[in-house]
Design a protein around this ligand. Sequence first.
Ligand code: NDP
Length: 433
Amino acid sequence: KNRNPHETEFHQAVKEVFLSLIPVIADNPAYIEHAILDRLVEPDRLISFRVPWLDDNGKVQVNRGFRVQFSNAIGPYKGGLRFHPTVNASIVKFLGFEQIFKNALTGQAIGGGKGGSDFDPKGKSDLEIMRFCQSFMTELSKHIGADIDVPAGDIGVGAREIGYMFGQYKKLVGAYEAGVLTGKGIGYGGSLGRKEATGYGAVYFVEHMLKNAGYGFDGSTVVVSGSGNVSIYAMEKAMQLGAKVVACSDSSGYIYHGQGINLATIKRLKEVENRRVRDYVIEHPDAVYVEGCTGIWTIPCDIALPCATQNEIDKASAELLVRNGVKAVGEGANMPSTLEAIDVFLDNKVLFGPAKAANAGGVSVSALEMAQNSARLSWTMDEVDAKLRQIMSNIYNECMNASEKYGVPGNLVIGANIAGFVKVADAMIAQGV
Ligand code: NDP
């Protein structure tokens, strides 16, 4: 904490992992001998840079860009870019740190990284977005490469932004290096199924949790926070499996629709028309819109899928969910539950799928995109989806096995942290200091 003052989100992420590792460290003195924990909390490098760009009035704007390259012990740095006004060193470090273990859990050869900018895409024109992305990539291009560091999307960064950044990278290096970014458009090196992967993967993961406890999505009531990339495809898959999704949100407020959300309306509003969820009730007057996004957790549900942002479920919201009978929580977003909220879920025997495991489907399909780029071929949606299902099943089994081995059967927080950590720590020892 002295070395990284004010980095509260980073401290929170490290605390969650380190508390989980107590049994595995006690069993393996080599991890202490090789100072694995001290080495893991210090990123290989944190790059911070100026991003100047011209707005539509010809005025110069300046934002700050970041890339944290945390660990490449098992593969090139890999992790998304976030464009949101809250982005700072603490946010990118918490996300990059989590990414190390998540990526290890996928079973693919990818290390941990993350990046972004405090740029706010809301209200910007398409040309402003393009100029910003080009300026951002002008600096970032010096630090990435298909075998070095492979960024992707995250909050505020989708196929459009990846397209502009890829175009700029191509101009700067003078080569078509498809594998330098993932989440590309399908027509120029993207993978089918990438857009859906995080949301679908989270639902596949929760499906395993439910199955193990004798439940399923069919006939259940589900609340999904957010209405972005992860939320939309979590809702879609949950609905396909027979669930009724009654609520979703954005950072302004949430909608509740008792008969079930109409996903086609949400997709059009968010993906095509770039509007707010409050506009949903114009077309569905029997639904209600409530200002303020955290109120979404007051809605009774069987399954809660937080898919918006960090710390969106605090202790009070977790207690409310428990009181209202929630059976399972699957984290589609990164670190959406505070440490206190996680304790409430675990103490009350709620099935809990932590982000590192539950939302690993996105980065897994990004690694499949890299594989397709290297092999210069494209798999079908069915092929990608089958691989995603298999990966999510493997992750679930690994987390369960680790939880059993270390005496906390079913505790997937501890299971995920240990299973991811062991792979990275063993690789670090094998490669020397
Ligand atoms: P999007 O930008 O597509 O959507 C984000 C959604 O969350 C929007 O509805 C947004 O509302 C809402 N949101 C963002 N910030 C806040 C906030 N501070 N308070 C309340 N709501 C907020 O992002 P993604 O769907 O890609 O990402 C969502 C989460 O999933 C993030 O935690 C991300 O790190 C994680 N994730 C994403 C992956 C991916 O493949 N995209 C992979 C793994 C994890 P509004 O429109 O009002 O801003």
